[in-house]
Design a binder for this molecule. Structure first.
Ligand SMILES: [Zn+2]
Length: 302
């Protein structure tokens, strides 16, 4: 993440630039995936996060016996879009950096996953603060507007722009992995009981919270971003939504993080962030989802 150029703050001729930069940073922070599904250990490591071109991480253990590896028939590919003809030279440079980062991300993912078909990843202007997986186009899109919204949400919390950028980067990275989870569920036709939205939140935590401070910070910032989005008043639509309520997503994420390392995150319970009643089950909860995702992805990891 530190390898990316510092964001330019002012003047801001186009409000989307800081967001684009934040997402660029987010991609540079994406961990390479290394899967070691046989021993219940995590499916990923981001030990090399922050390096522009992550090295492929070899699986630390052989595939569990009985797991038939699926053929690799597709790749993660960068979803290109027409550059805005009115771009300034600086914006053009940002755009090209963005494509480069996306390609590095795709390369890292391709070293980790066998796919039945190509999956596209990219950023776009969406006219809403969101991120999507489109099963028709097989495409993950993170909207610039999402990073802008997160920027606004986080800016009151931090003294420096750099700190705000880091928080935005972390939360957007989590969202990218959430969408990647939808793409994998679709690609492999994975069985999911319960809500897919919760399952892919879990996957995002598993991929990021790998024991490194950096990865865990991403998960914490993502949790906080959900808490910030939660609305005081809830209407029927919120209850009917396919996603859990933002506050529930917040606690689910915090619980998994705590469950992954109770000692390290004991302060989350001590300071009341995670209620004791929930905290008691988090270690089991973490072990269960970790095991489930390891088993689900075992045929598809390289
Ligand atoms: Zn989703």
């Amino acid at each position: 993440m530190q390898t990316a150029p510092e964001p330019t703050r002012a003047p801001r001729p186009r409000p989307t630039r800081p967001a684009a930069r934040a997402l660029l940073l987010a991609l540079l922070a994406l961990p390479p995936l290394a899967c070691a599904p046989s021993d219940g250990s995590k499916v990923a490591t981001n030990a090399a996060a922050g390096t522009p071109t992550p090295a492929p991480a070899a699986p630390s253990t052989p595939a569990p016996s009985g797991v038939v590896k699926a053929p690799d028939k597709g790749d993660f590919k960068v979803a290109t879009r027409e550059p805005d003809p009115d771009m300034t030279a600086e914006e053009r440079k940002d755009y090209e950096e963005e494509l480069k980062s996306l390609q590095e991300t795709a390369d890292a993912l391709n070293k980790s996953f066998s796919l039945p078909h190509d999956i596209y990843i990219g950023f776009d202007d969406c006219e809403e603060a969101n991120a999507f997986y489109d099963p028709e186009k097989k495409k993950v899109t993170v909207c610039y507007e999402l990073a802008e919204d997160l920027y606004d949400a986080f800016k009151k919390d931090y003294k420096t722009d750099e700190q705000v950028d880091d928080a935005v980067t972390n939360a957007t990275t989590f969202v990218f992995y959430h969408e990647l989870g939808h793409a994998l569920v679709d690609a492999y036709d994975l069985p999911v009981t319960g809500r897919e939205e919760d399952a892919v939140d879990q996957l995002s935590v598993l991929l990021l919270a790998d024991g490194t401070d950096e990865g865990e910070r991403m998960v914490l910032d993502a949790a906080v971003s959900f808490s910030k989005q939660s609305k005081g008043e809830l209407d029927e639509l919120a209850f009917a939504d396919e996603h859990s309520l933002d506050q529930q997503r917040y606690y689910n994420i915090i619980c998994l993080l705590y469950g992954q390392n109770e000692e390290k995150f004991a302060s989350l319970v001590k300071d009341g962030t995670l209620p004791q009643a929930r905290a008691e089950r988090c270690s089991e909860e973490y072990a269960r989802v970790d095991k489930a995702w390891d088993a689900l992805l075992a045929p598809y990891t390289k």
